[in-house]
Design a protein around this ligand. Structure first.
Ligand code: GH3
Ligand code: MG
Ligand code: MG
Ligand code: MG
Ligand code: MG
Length: 305
């Protein structure tokens, strides 16, 4: 069973829930002999807590023993965020199709009728444990792919694409509910010179430290992204142009507070655009970019709205 190559690396744990001691013992013995880690709980209500608190790979619910509560327990397990993905197998003496349908409606993945045969129980349990492990792995892979697709590997910030998709959502909400936001685009001054003088690795370090310093100044609700190269962008929800300019001024000064060795003092130029009705996201970016260009032309290390 657990010798299956796709089973979890650790021994799968099965939680058996029921009120008939004999049935619990029998199921427990069959599964333990096949190499599973087995936990037994005496009552339907009790099942939910241990299923949540300790790692479980599969739940067997003895419906006959716990009466109507079997279905209720199943539903409860499916309602909790931490346990809703647990496969639940019913074991029951009820043979009617309606009982089986009821179990599946409550969230069961399988239904074994009593009296059961050990090989059948083991075959079904092994299948569900394997499918569940596969499902968990796919979900973890999807999360990792999602992370790779949405973040910048050097700084850990949102990348341009995910920032844009958040930005479009904010824009849609802004036009629907009248909640304004500001965009602050900033670009490190003379960054090419840092690369040229100290090497690309120092350039990278500067990007990471600038990111860290800026992030410390932002609120949790602010979106902060690497727009590209040494250019960054911040979306500040419910923020007027004046407040965004005030914030940018604080960011500008926080960069100047200490040198970033060995590159020395690093400065940046800031351009701000504030959402007004009827503008597209591209319009706003263009507006912030235009302000940033003015900041560069005005001598750098400054904020322009
Ligand atoms: P300005 O003050 O006008 O912004 O000048 P600048 O030198 O900062 O701007 P420029 O666009 O001339 O140069 C930006 C440089 O940033 C060029 C590019 O090689 C470098 N760069 C882009 N991405 C990275 C990166 O991830 N790491 C490092 N080290 N350098 C990068
Ligand atoms: Mg630059
Ligand atoms: Mg340049
Ligand atoms: Mg440039
Ligand atoms: Mg640039």
């Amino acid at each position: 069973m657990p010798s299956d190559s796709t089973a979890a690396l650790s021994t799968p744990t099965i939680l058996i829930v029921g009120d008939a001691p004999e049935s619990l013992e029998q199921l427990g013995r069959i599964l333990a002999e096949a190499g599973y880690q087995v936990r037994k709980v005496g009552s339907g209500e009790l099942a939910v807590a241990p299923a949540q608190t300790s790692p479980t790979d599969l739940v067997i619910l003895d419906v006959e023993a716990s009466g109507q509560r079997g279905y209720e327990t199943c539903r409860q397990i499916k309602q909790h965020q931490q346990t809703q993905q647990l496969p639940i197998v019913f074991v029951s003496a009820f043979q009617d199709a309606s009982d089986k349908v009821r179990a599946f409606s409550a969230g069961a993945v399988d239904y074994i009728t009593k009296p059961f045969q050990a090989p059948e129980v083991l075959a079904r349990v092994a299948t569900h444990v394997r499918l569940n492990a596969l499902q968990r792995r796919l979900e973890a892979q999807n999360r990792e792919l999602e992370r790779l697709a949405t973040t910048d590997p050097l700084t850990g910030l949102l990348n341009r694409r995910s920032f844009t998709s958040y930005g479009l959502n904010y824009l849609a909400q802004a036009s629907r509910y009248g909640t304004h936001f500001s965009l602050t685009l900033f670009d490190i001054d003379g960054f090419k010179g840092i690369n040229d003088a100290y090497g690309h690795d120092v350039g990278d370090k500067v990007l990471v430290i600038v990111t860290r310093r800026i992030r410390q100044q932002l609120r949790d609700v602010d979106l902060f992204a690497r727009w590209g190269g040494e250019e960054f962008i911040i979306l500040s929800p419910k923020t007027t142009c004046e407040r965004a300019a005030h914030l940018a001024e604080r960011l500008r000064r926080c960069l100047l507070a200490r040198p970033i060795e060995p590159a020395g003092f690093v400065t940046a130029s800031f351009g701000i655009a504030t959402e007004r009705s009827g503008e597209s996201f591209d319009d706003l970016i263009r507006c912030a970019d235009h302000a940033l260009l003015s900041a560069k032309e005005g001598g750098r290390n400054r904020v322009v709205t």
